[in-house]
Design a protein around this ligand. Structure first.
Ligand code: ADP
Ligand code: TRP
Length: 332
């Protein structure tokens, strides 16, 4: 049976981008694969998250995993830092990561542009830690959104180099995965870039958002004066609203507004109200379950403890094998 692994950084609340880009597949894949889903708290440290915020967010992401339907009986759910073997594998993999390629990584370059010389080394080696996450359980498939494509490519390189150097096929070469389709990128409501946890919260729909918040955010989404000719190409901010509608509304609703756009009779106000209504129906079950689980912290902590135990068992096996392959266990 193939192994699946993925993670989310505990830097805030899960949004529709996290869900549609990655987490929806966590739930689907737990039926047919051996699955590991974790909370990437080591990764959150690269952007200097405060301790209280890290604790709250880690608990919150765990609750949200459960709320969307990740089942601890079917998948192993754990917190990254509960499995210190990951940090050891990270050290080994650092020997196979080239400084030049790490500096060329797009997410690193963006941060480097903003922070310059004080950028920490953890950010430079972020992709190596991510590779350690994936390889520690010898995963084959990694359900992630489009923004993680380059990181996955780097994991593949490190795994290949390790295998080649030690003349082994120990690590499977993992693949980014979205149900056999292209990786997804859910746009932000402000028309700029992807929906993200770390923006101001106005341009992301969170799974925990209520009806009022959803309507307010969707109403504020940028639109234009409307099409002036039939069958005009949609500008990006309009395309984004249609994209969201395609994701959460009925096909016939989408068709209705698409035709209205194409024959220039569209009223964005009506479309937004409809989208907000459908969006609310879409996230409501998650919201309700999140609120329920928030009052059952004992259960959530138990899930984390059991998950850590299972994840460590798997990780310890890999670390032992890797130490043997590298030649580190020889004097034991
Ligand atoms: P964020 O960027 O919002 O902080 P993370 O970096 O923790 O979220 O991402 C967790 C998962 O969600 C990753 O697999 C990532 O690719 C996916 N993801 C995040 N934002 C989007 C988006 N807007 N569209 C599709 N997938 C996304
Ligand atoms: N880097 C991912 C993100 O920002 C989170 C992550 C860390 C991850 N380790 C991973 C995702 C391993 C998949 C597999 O979204």
């Amino acid at each position: 049976m193939e192994t699946v692994l993925s993670g989310v950084r505990p830097t805030g609340k899960l949004h529709l981008g996290n869900y549609l880009g990655a987490a929806i597949n966590f739930v689907k894949m737990q039926e047919n694969y051996k699955c590991f889903y974790f909370i990437a708290d080591y990764h959150a440290l690269t952007t200097h998250t405060k301790a209280a915020m890290l604790r709250d967010s880690s608990l919150n992401v765990l609750i949200e995993y459960l709320a969307i339907g990740v089942d601890p009986e079917k998948a192993t759910i754990y917190i990254q830092s509960h499995v210190p073997e990951i940090a050891e594998l990270y050290l080994f993999l650092n020997m196979f990561a080239y400084k030049g390629e790490l500096e060329k990584c797009v997410t690193f370059k963006e941060k480097a542009r903003k922070e310059g010389q004080t950028l920490n080394a953890g950010l430079l080696t972020y992709p190596v830690l991510m590779a350690a996450d994936i390889l520690i359980h010898k995963a084959h498939k990694v359900p992630v959104g489009d923004d993680q494509m380059q990181h996955l490519e780097m994991t593949r390189n490190f795994a290949q180099r390790f295998n080649h150097y030690y003349e082994t096929e120990y690590f499977p070469i993992p693949q980014a995965f979205n149900n056999g389709e292209e990786l997804l990128r859910v746009p932000s409501l402000d028309g700029m870039g992807k929906m993200s946890k770390s923006d101001d919260g106005k341009s992301a729909i969170f799974l925990v958002d209520d009806e009022v918040a959803i309507l307010k955010k969707i109403k504020a989404a940028k639109t234009d004066g409307g099409p002036s000719m039939p069958n005009q190409i949609k500008p990006i901010e309009i395309e984004n609203i249609f994209f969201l509608m395609k994701m959460v509304s009925d096909e016939s609703t989408y068709q209705f507004f698409d035709e209205a756009y194409n024959n220039c009779s569209i009223r964005y106000g009506d479309m937004k109200v409809q989208l907000a209504k459908d969006m609310n129906l879409y996230v409501k079950p998650f919201r309700e379950r999140i609120l329920e689980l928030q009052s059952d912290e004992a259960y959530v902590r138990k899930v984390a403890r059991n998950g850590a135990e299972k994840a460590r068992e798997s990780a310890q096996k890999t670390i032992k094998d890797v130490r043997d392959l590298i030649g580190l266990n020889s004097l034991h």
